[in-house]
Design a binder for this molecule. Structure first.
Ligand SMILES: O=C(O)C1=C[C@@H](OP(=O)(O)O)[C@@H](O)[C@H](O)C1
Ligand SMILES: C=C(OP(=O)(O)O)C(=O)O
Length: 446
C-alpha cells in the first residue's frame, strides 16, 4: 500500500510570542507496536489501552490480522486475541514502518508457508538483510524480489528449534528486537549475539526485554551484545501505553527556541523510551527542565548554546535536535547516528540539504552532523516523506519567517494530529492562556 495521499504543503506558523502552552501527545509508536506483537504471541487475549492510532500502528494491526490475529477496536481499547497458529499465504503492507517490516517477518517465520511483505517505494532502501539472514539461519526461508530489502517473502515453518544465531544490528536495533520478541516460541529458545559495529538504540532493545519479562519470558541480557531467551509461554498482559516522548520533543523544543514554556502532560516518572532523553538534551542547550507529578515543563532561556551530543541511543530525536542546534549560538556536533541514513530517508543528507537551504552551514559524515547556525530563512523545507523532518521544520518555522513544508502528510506515520496540535499550541500562546498544571521549578526532573 503506497502512501497515496496528495502532497499537503504547510506554512509552518511563526510564534506570535514566546510559546506558552500545555500539550498532550498520543501514545508511543514503539510501545504500541510491541504490545500488539506480544499480544499476538500470548497465551490468551489481552487489552491494549491508549495505543497509538497512526499509520504505523494501523499497518501493524492489519499485518497481524493477515497472520490470523483477531483485533477488536473499541475506542481507546483494543482487544487482541492470538491465533493458535499464525496463518501463511497473505501479503503484509509495511508502508514505511520499521517496526512492521522488521518485527512481522519474525512472526511470519513461525507460520507454515509464505508471507509476502511490500512497502512504500522509499521503504525499499531501508536495510533488511541482517534480519532476513538471521531468520534463514534459524530455519525459515526468505527471498527478496531482487533488491536489498522490500519487497520480500518469508517462508515460515512450524516447530523451528531456534538456538544460537548472530546478527549485525549496527544498522538497526529493530533486528534484535524482532528476534527477541519471538525467541520464547522456539523449541530451544534463542541465544542471540550482535556481531559488528556499535549497536544503536539500546533503550529500544531494553524496552523489548522489559516488555517480554512483564509477560513472564526469561531473558538473560547480562552480557553486552548477547541475549538469551528461554523457551516458554508468553503470558497475556493488559497494558496502558505511555505517551510518545519522541513525538513530544518538537513541542518541548518550541519552548526552548522561543524562550517560552511548554508543559507535556502524563510524562512518566521513568520510561524506557529513548525520547525521555530529550530532558537532558534540552538542558544541554541551556533550557530549564522540570518534572512534577507527570507534568514535564521546558522553559527556554534567551540564549541557547551549541552542544556536543552523542545521540546513538536516541537517534530518532536527531532531526528535532538538529533544528534546535540551527537556532542556538555556536557550533553543534551530533554524533553516533550514522545509521539514520537508513531511517525513513537518509536523515543526515536530508538535514544537511534542508538546513543548508535555510542558510546554515551544515556538514554530514559517517557518524553524524556538524551544524553552524547562520539562518537566512524563507525556504521550502522538503520532508522526504519523513515525519521527523516535518517536526524539525515546524520548530524552525516558529522563529524563521516563511518556512513552507512541502508535504506535511508524512506526519500521519506516527501523529496524524500533529498539525492540529501544533496550531493549538501556537493559538494558546496567541490567546495568552496561562500554562496549566502544577510545576515546581525547585524540583528537578527524576
Ligand atoms: O524498536 C523501535 O521501536 C525503534 C527502534 C529505533 O530504530 P533503529 O535502531 O533502526 O534506529 C528507532 O529509531 C525507531 O524509531 C523505533
Ligand atoms: C526511525 C523511525 O521509525 P521506524 O520505526 O520506521 O524505524 C522514527 O520514527 O524515527
Amino acid at each position: 500500500m503506497p502512501s497515496t495521499s496528495p502532497p499537503q504543503p504547510w506554512a509552518a506558523p511563526e510564534a506570535p510570542a514566546p510559546i506558552s502552552a500545555t500539550v498532550t501527545v498520543p501514545g508511543s509508536k514503539s510501545e504500541t507496536n510491541r504490545a500488539l506483537v506480544l499480544a499476538a504471541l500470548a497465551d490468551r487475549p489481552s487489552v491494549i489501552t491508549n495505543g497509538l492510532d497512526a499509520r504505523d500502528t494501523v499497518l501493524m494491526r492489519e499485518a497481524l490480522r493477515t497472520l490470523g490475529v483477531v483485533i477488536v477496536e473499541n475506542g481507546r481499547q483494543w482487544l487482541v486475541t492470538p491465533p493458535a497458529q499464525f496463518t501463511a499465504g497473505g501479503t503484509v503492507q509495511c508502508g514505511l514502518a520499521g517496526t512492521v517490516m522488521r518485527f512481522v517477518p519474525a512472526l511470519a517465520a513461525l507460520a507454515d508457508g509464505d508471507v509476502r511483505f511490500e512497502g512504500d517505494e522509499q521503504a525499499a532502501s531501508r536495510p533488511m538483510a541482517p534480519l532476513l539472514d538471521a531468520l534463514t539461519a534459524l530455519g525459515a526461508d526468505s527471498r527478496t524480489d531482487g533488491g536489498p530489502g522490500l519487497p520480500f517473502t518469508v517462508t515460515g515453518r512450524a516447530g523451528l528449534r531456534g538456538g544460537a544465531v548472530t546478527v549485525d544490528a549496527s544498522t538497526s536495533s529493530q533486528y534484535v528486537s524482532a528476534l527477541l520478541l519471538v525467541g520464547a516460541r522456539f523449541a530451544d529458545g534463542l541465544d542471540l549475539r550482535h556481531v559488528g559495529g556499535p549497536l544503536p538504540s539500546l533503550p529500544h532493545i531494553a524496552m523489548t526485554v522489559a516488555m517480554l519479562r512483564e509477560r513472564g519470558v526469561a531473558v538473560d541480557d547480562s552480557e553486552p551484545g548477547r541475549w538469551r531467551v528461554s523457551p516458554g509461554v508468553l503470558h497475556a498482559h493488559d497494558v496502558v501505553v505511555e505517551p510518545d516522548l519522541s513525538n513530544a520533543a518538537p513541542f518541548l523544543a518550541a519552548a526552548a527556541v522561543t524562550g517560552g514554556m511548554v508543559t507535556v502532560r502524563h510524562w512518566p516518572a521513568g520510561s524506557l523510551q529513548p525520547g525521555d532523553q530529550i530532558r537532558g538534551i534540552l538542558r544541554a542547550f541551556g533550557a530549564e527542565v522540570t518534572w512534577f507529578e507527570g507534568d514535564l515543563t521546558v522553559s527556554g532561556r534567551h540564549f541557547l548554546h551549541g552542544v556536543d551530543l552523542d545521540l546513538r541511543e536516541a537517534s530518532e530525536l536527531t532531526p528535532v535536535v538538529a533544528a534546535v542546534a540551527a537556532l542556538a549560538e555556536g557550533t553543534s556536533r551530533i554524533s553516533g547516528v550514522g545509521h539514520i541514513r537508513g531511517h525513513e530517508t537518509d536523515r543526515l543528507a536530508a538535514l544537511e540539504a534542508e538546513l543548508s537551504a535555510l542558510g546554515c552551514s551544515v556538514s554530514s559524515d559517517d557518524d553524524g552532523l556538524t551544524v553552524n547556525p547562520k539562518l537566512l530563512g524563507s525556504a521550502v523545507f522538503h520532508t522526504y516523506a519523513d515525519h521527523r523532518m516535518a517536526h524539525a521544520a515546524a520548530v524552525l518555522g516558529l522563529v524563521v519567517a516563511g518556512i513552507v513544508v512541502d508535504d506535511v502528510s508524512c506526519t500521519s506515520k506516527t501523529m496524524p494530529e500533529f498539525v492540529d496540535l501544533w496550531a493549538a499550541m501556537v493559538a494558546e500562546t496567541d490567546a495568552g492562556i496561562e500554562t496549566v498544571g502544577a510545576v515546581d521549578p525547585e524540583r528537578p526532573a527524576p
